[in-house]
Design a protein. Sequence first.
Length: 355
Amino acid sequence: MTMKMGIYLNSQHPAEEDPGEHLRAIVAQVQSAERLGFDSIWAGEHHLTDGFHFFPQLTLLAHLAAFSGDMALGTNLVLLPLHRPVDIAEQVALIDQLCGGRFILTVGQGYRQEEFDAMGVPMAERLVRFIDGVEIIRRLWNEDHVDHVTPWYSLAGAAVRPGPVHPSGPPIWIGATADRAIRRAGRLGDAFMATPSVTTGEVRRQFEIFAEGRADAGLPPATDAGRLIEVFCHEDGAEARRRVAPHLLTKYEAYASWGLHNSGVDAGDEDGGGSSGGPTPTVEERFAALARDRFVVGDPDEVVAGLVAQHRDLGLTHLTMRVTWPGSDLGHAMECIELLGAEVLPRVRAELAPT
């Protein structure tokens, strides 16, 4: 077993940035990834992120399918309780047709109160809606007449047309951070998608919990294991860290302020530290502490070693690499994708090739 490597496309852009320009840059990233032999492209979802806004996830992926070649397309992730399962089942089935049956649907519960308020969904119902949504989507992809009644929607003889390419539909992966949610994911999902905010040791523990959940449900071990990971490569490792440090620090401070579990940043210390009375850490020091055992940033040798370890140490079968962040230089992202595709990916694949 080897490891597939894809690019997470950051559609989150500053409010003052030309969205058309940003979209064209994303298309260029996809075209480069396809030319360089990456395995997949991925997009994420959030709403009302003041200052840095997301493109609608499934609309974006439908547009990018025309440029994706043989790459898989994935969500990382759909905030499922915010949506009607019929809508997700229909949209994903069509995009799956557009990309030749290579879609991966990754879903999660969500955690931002303002998103639930904006969508008119009580946050207290997120778990039951999530569990129900996974079941309904699977049934709509596998059955011609679905009857299903809940307090929030009712289906009678429902069918999705067109359906996905394969009769069973795309695999459904689940992302989560809390132990109970990860164990539940083992019962519900085809694979687990780890977040980039946790350390490698925590990722290992999470996959063990996911495996226990599958075993408890009498399911066989999952054949896939994924992780969203922050990656940046430059011929000069110090320059790589200099380019990404301020953007990743800002990103993870936002995660902490949103209440994300295990964000790697103390939600009460977004100002950079120094609350203990000591000197305020420099940007370099703060980034080094955040990146340690989480991110893969450096020169090609460092990045190759870091990516190989994801497979050998954790058993990952699919990495989705985020190489650009809100406000970061899109030109730097293109340089990174080119270096990853031309030098890093061939070396990682050679090291992981069966002997």
